[in-house]
Design a protein around this ligand. Structure first.
Ligand SMILES: NC(=O)c1ccc[n+]([C@@H]2O[C@H](COP(=O)([O-])OP(=O)(O)OC[C@H]3O[C@@H](n4cnc5c(N)ncnc54)[C@H](O)[C@@H]3O)[C@@H](O)[C@H]2O)c1
Ligand SMILES: [Fe+2]
Length: 391
């Protein structure tokens, strides 16, 4: 059914394929940019990936102003402010973010600070608070999970309050997303599984949340089908370039879907667990996804039922509730397989979360913005009960 009203927006130019990174200087030229601030982290440098970017610049007249590699896991308000200062001091004119969601979101955060002419990201929080146009940003994801290269979201860790803040604005879309299979080939097996589950969670929550719409359903469906085809393959064999490019596209499609539809309770729990005990985002989503789906079955059985077909199950003319339970079992089976292949934890206790942290996670989860879009409301007691089930 077409909803009575919906919106869809994605202004990002997408370059996907082998050697796509080599087009970055050309695209900078087309945008009128000369000097790039490269934003990355130590893990990406150690994996040798910045050399691929440097090679691309070597044959061009565009410049690398600086390579900022201090991005911490989950970004942070302090690093965002530091990067913004450097960007201005070195007179850079665009951001080229090369990394996982943490590097991409650090660049987005610094871009807000620079463009709004402030000195502290914490002075600007909330939805659609950004008034000025941002500097051009090129996003080169090196994990296949967050979809940040095509989203209007930046998630920044607030070091003072120990929580993850989401910035949401149409101005936060990067100008260009570059998917190059060479950039994800080095992701270790467990991280491949975890980030792939982040992508799957984006697609599933986009398909089942209250802002779902026909255009984003198409992207979510395509993302789920790509995950089904390629996630286990990429986790088993990191050098499978077809599977790597498949997962990079899955992550991007899921990003387009959820940037418009938004996510739901699985992400509110994952953001909370990330803030309270630094549980990596992909692992958190992997653990919470089956329990979030079970929680939502009563309200949206049809949407959850349809996902079983996208995951490769047969549609057996069951009642929607029954078919939706098949979806949950299929997600659990996928998790078990990923656990066997890569050691991906699938219970909170196996991910090193102390049981006495559950109340703090539940409290943060019910205050997280993603929960607004979940089909079913969740109070503190209900959140705690979901967490205990996932423990
Ligand atoms: N902006 C959005 O739309 C959005 C959406 C979902 C999640 N997020 C945020 O993104 C962050 C998580 O991002 P992530 O899961 O991509 O992890 P990440 O960026 O934190 O990276 C995880 C680790 O992987 C390493 N790494 C990255 N690419 C690699 C490669 N190719 N080879 C080897 N190592 C590599 C990094 O060095 C790092 O140590 C969280 O803060 C999450 O909240 C943002
Ligand atoms: Fe996510």
């Amino acid at each position: 059914m077409i909803p009575s009203y919906y919106q869809h927006f994605c202004p990002v130019k997408i370059l996907s394929g082998n050697k796509a990174v080599s087009n970055i200087p050309f695209e900078m030229n087309a945008m009128g940019c000369k000097k790039a601030m490269i934003v990355t982290d130590k893990g990406v440098i150690d994996a040798g990936l910045i050399n691929i970017v440097k090679e691309a610049f070597a044959d061009s007249d565009r410049q690398i102003g600086y390579i900022f590699d201090e991005t911490p896991p989950d970004s942070s308000n302090r690093m965002v402010n530091k990067l913004a200062k450097l960007f201005e001091k070195l007179s850079c004119d665009c951001f080229v973010a090369v990394g996982g969601g943490s590097a991409l979101d650090t660049a987005k955060g610094a871009n807000i600070v620079v463009s709004e002419g402030t000195d502290d990201i914490l002075k600007l929080q909330g939805n659609e608070i950004i008034k000025k146009d941002l500097k051009p940003m090129i996003a080169v994801p090196t994990t296949s999970g967050t979809g940040s290269e095509v989203t209007k979201v930046a998630v920044i860790y607030n070091e003072e309050k120990n929580l993850k803040m989401s910035f949401v604005s149409d101005k936060l879309y990067p100008r260009i997303a570059v998917l190059d299979p060479r950039m994800t080939m080095t992701v270790p097996s467990k991280l491949t599984a975890a980030t792939g589950m982040d992508a799957l969670t984006h697609a599933i929550e986009a398909y089942t949340c209250i802002q779902k719409n026909p255009i984003d359903d198409i992207f979510a469906r395509a993302a789920i089908e790509l995950v089904r085809k390629y996630l286990v393959r990429a986790t088993e064999n990191g050098s499978d370039d077809e599977a790597r490019l498949g997962m990079a596209n899955a992550s991007l499609f899921a990003g387009i879907a959820f940037s418009n539809s938004m996510v739901g309770m699985v992400h509110s729990l994952a953001h909370a667990a990330g803030g309270v005990c630094h549980l990596p985002h992909g692992i958190a989503n992997a653990i919470f996804l089956p329990y979030g789906l079970e929680y939502n079955i009563a309200k949206v059985p049809q949407s959850i039922a349809e996902i079983s077909g996208m995951l490769g199950g047969s549609i057996d003319y069951m009642e929607p509730e029954e078919q939706a339970s098949v979806t949950v079992s299929m997600v659990k089976n996928l998790l078990k397989k990923l656990n066997r292949i890569s050691g991906l934890p699938i219970r909170l206790k196996d991910a090193g979360v102390a049981e006495d942290k559950l109340p703090a996670i539940a409290k943060a989860a019910i205050n997280d913005g993603s929960l607004v879009f979940n089909p079913v409301e969740m109070d503190y007691e209900e959140a705690l009960s979901v967490l205990k089930r996932a423990y």
